[in-house]
Design a protein around this ligand. Structure first.
Ligand code: SF4
Length: 720
């Protein structure tokens, strides 16, 4: 066995560094790199089994093109398929203007690609219609950091887990979604028995195995919980007056706001006993170091940004930020969701944490790209959900989808499908075909996947790493950034997209981060290519990176102060009623990642979680006469699906839980997201995937539909 290389895992945002071993062209072993700060030698089952996802029968080898949606795909050359796409793009832009086209990317894309997608579409084509599936994942955290602290980006690092007296896990099933970070916390807790872990989650998830205190709040009541805790911290005399006086603003208004909220009302909204909230406030108030870990449970909400603000308020109130073992720590779901933010892929952003609606920022970037003033539109582009709604309304005519599978992951899939059907042009770049989305495309571009290209990514703790190419991509597959460059040349921008290698792209991008909050000017390709990983800010070539931000307690706001933002509890958009009396909440399971394009190929992972299901509490299941394994209809205002039931003692009465991973390839029309609601918050524009109203009824007579049995679903995946 030979060491093929060290690479960052392409799944979740923990960003585990992996040692990849192989022989005779096959990967034989993947294990955690011992000295990597993210994982310290650990790896979860998904990472360890990555080798089985590389040489699968459904890898894309050649460009695929078809003249009509009802026709079959034909193999095409790169020249022919790129000419076809460029000609269609040019025609649409000529007829309807640049805002009629869009690029929908992913936190899976490396930073080189994310940067070039923004450069091409925002700087040269002239539309800000670039967004990413990070919008479904972290947009609320981005907006929360920015509004409360003055800049996006977590202040913390994984090592803080080892130093925190109290860890608050809220809106995160860490054990299944970020298992290596969970293992670190669990192992560290054994060594430090005084550490206290509070888990706030409507469900008693696997993460609760290490909880000293589990607070099963009502779904959607996070702000009420956080405000109740904050009020009790103030009443207990545990506010950090010195920190508040010198490093924050807005405190007086915030305290008046808290005191104006009757505690009984706040606690009533959470639906949990007062003693649990008092205990949380006591633990947090007296802790020397308080760290919070959070994820989609806070973010996927119409008030996701407000939830983030409320959590950060609690850190400011207790002075628990800008020191070892403390701070708010958002856990990104994807390997390079952070990098996409740094590169400005979201529709309101420009590279280096700049914004399209800031005239100075536009000018700086236009100057850097050699573009005339006014080239970058001052209007925010379409965000993820808006793109598919705009396709459905025929305002958007063409979409290029890269490294993501929106026909599984977006809310309200019936409308997503309708939008894609109405589009004049759907281009999908993917390493696999068919996916639920490539099936609806006009053109499928084959792209290099993990291990087949040099790729720079940033993990949840701001650690920038470059994963080297370890083996060749199949057939004619190319790195995504090269596909974009070939397309850009056909769009008339040959000189501006003429790069010899990805390192050149990266070194251009980091110049745009100089003196910005995410300063990566010192993280050059030459350092990354030597296998060095560095945390930004890292402003020069001699800098060794920054583990923790704000240690000087100076925040990147104009006056250097963080701001308290009073936020009150709001109900989710669609609350239960007589017709749809249950709350549908969604999440992930340990064995799978996103839409199964990789994990669905691994038998061991499929054996652990072979098929979708719905979890119901005992009380509801008894009332509806539903036994384990029964089929049940789930019906919302947007659609109906059928799933097998699991009775779970710990699911709250009135709530059902469904994991989101399985799409149409596992049962046509039966994916969870046919049910979810496509509403989003006004600033962060992150959809409320965690909450909608649903009806649950038992299927009295089984339909003879074998594709919905778990066994058949496994077979479907291996045939695909
Ligand atoms: Fe990969 Fe995440 Fe597992 Fe680490 S925890 S091996 S990054 S899936």
């Amino acid at each position: 066995m030979a060491l093929l290389g060290e690479s960052v895992c392409p799944y979740c945002g923990v960003g585990c560094r992996l040692r990849v071993e192989g022989a005779r062209g096959r990967i034989t072993r993947v294990r955690g790199a011992e000295f990597a700060p993210a994982n310290l030698g650990r790896v979860c089952a998904k990472g360890a089994l990555l080798g089985l996802t590389v040489h699968t029968p459904d890898r894309t080898h050649y460009p695929l093109l078809r003249q009509s949606r009802s026709g079959a795909f034909d193999r095409a050359s790169w020249d022919a398929s790129l000419d076809f796409v460029a000609e269609r793009f040019r025609g649409i832009i000529d007829r309807h203007g640049p805002d009629a086209v869009a690029f929908y990317g992913s936190g899976q894309l490396d930073s080189e690609t994310a940067y070039l997608a923004g450069k091409l579409f925002k700087g040269f084509i002239g539309t800000n219609n670039t967004d990413s599936n990070s919008r479904l994942c972290m947009a609320a955290a981005v907006a929360g950091y920015h509004t409360s602290l003055g800049s996006d980006g977590p202040p913390t690092c994984y090592e803080d887990i080892d130093h925190a007296d109290v860890v608050l896990i809220i809106g995160s099933n860490l054990a299944e979604a970020h298992p290596v970070t969970f293992d670190r916390l669990r192992a560290g807790k054994k060594d430090r028995p005084g550490q206290r872990v509070i888990v706030v989650d409507p469900r008693r998830t696997a993460t609760c195995a290490i909880a000293d205190l589990h607070i099963p709040i009502a779904p959607g009541s996070d702000i009420a919980f956080l405000n109740a805790v904050a009020r009790l911290v103030v009443e207990n005399g545990r506010a950090d007056e010195h920190f508040i006086a010198f490093h924050t603003k807005g405190f007086v208004k915030y305290v008046a706001f808290l005191m104006g909220q009757p505690l009984a009302d706040l606690i009533g909204a959470t639906g949990v006993p007062r003693e649990l909230i008092e205990e949380a406030a006591r633990l947090i108030g007296k802790s020397k170091t308080f760290l919070s870990l959070y994820c989609m449970g806070l973010n996927q909400s119409t008030v996701g940004m407000w939830k983030n603000n409320s959590l950060i308020n609690l850190h400011l109130l207790t002075g628990q930020i800008g020191k070892v073992g403390a701070g708010p720590f958002s856990l990104t779901g994807q390997p390079n969701a952070m990098g996409g933010r740094e590169c400005g892929l979201l529709c309101h952003q420009l590279p280096g944490y700049r914004f399209v609606d800031d005239a100075r920022h536009r000018l700086e970037v236009e100057h850097f790209w050699g573009r005339p003033q006014g080239s970058i539109s001052p209007r925010q582009g379409l965000s993820a959900v808006e793109m598919f709604q705009a396709l459905d309304e025929r305002r958007l005519k063409a979409i290029w989808i890269a490294a993501t599978n929106p026909m599984v992951s977006m809310p309200d899939l019936h409308r997503v499908r309708a939008g894609l059907a109405k589009a004049e042009l759907v281009v999908v770049s993917d390493a696999y075909h068919p996916t639920e989305t490539t099936r609806l495309a006009d053109v499928v571009f084959p792209v290099a996947s993990w291990g087949e290209k040099d790729a720079t990514t940033t993990n949840s703790e701001r650690m920038v790493s470059r994963s080297p190419k370890m083996w060749d991509a199949p057939g004619e597959a190319l790195p995504d950034w090269q596909v974009l460059c070939r397309f850009a040349r056909r769009m008339g921008f040959a000189d501006e997209f003429d790069y010899d290698c990805g390192s050149q792209v990266w070194d251009e991008f980091i110049r745009l981060t100089k003196r910005r909050p995410c300063d990566m000017a010192g993280i050059s390709s030459s350092r990354l290519n030597d296998g060095v990983s560095l945390q930004w800010p890292c402003p020069d070539a001699y800098h060794y990176g920054t583990k923790r931000r704000y240690l000087d307690q100076h925040f990147p706001a104009p006056d250097g102060k963080a701001v308290f933002l009073p936020r009150d509890h709001r109900d989710p958009f669609e609350v239960p009623d007589d017709e749809f009396p249950f709350i549908l909440t969604t999440g992930r399971v340990y064995a799978h990642w996103h839409t199964l394009t990789r994990t669905g190929k691994v038998e061991k992972l499929m054996a652990r979680d072979p098929a979708p299901y719905v979890e119901l509490g005992f009380e509801d299941a008894d009332r509806l006469e539903i036994a384990d394994g029964d089929s049940v209809y789930l019906t919302t205002r947007r659609g109906q699906i059928v799933l097998r039931a699991r009775r779970e003692a710990e699911v709250r009465t009135g709530t059902v839980f469904v994991p989101f991973h399985w799409g149409d390839l596992f049962g046509e029309g039966n994916a969870l997201n046919y049910l979810t609601v496509p509403v989003f918050g006004p600033v962060e524009k992150q959809p409320e995937l965690k909450f909608c109203a649903v009806n649950v009824t038992k299927v009295r007579r089984e339909r003879p539909d074998a594709s919905r049995t778990p066994l058949a679903m496994v077979e479907v995946v291996h045939r695909s």
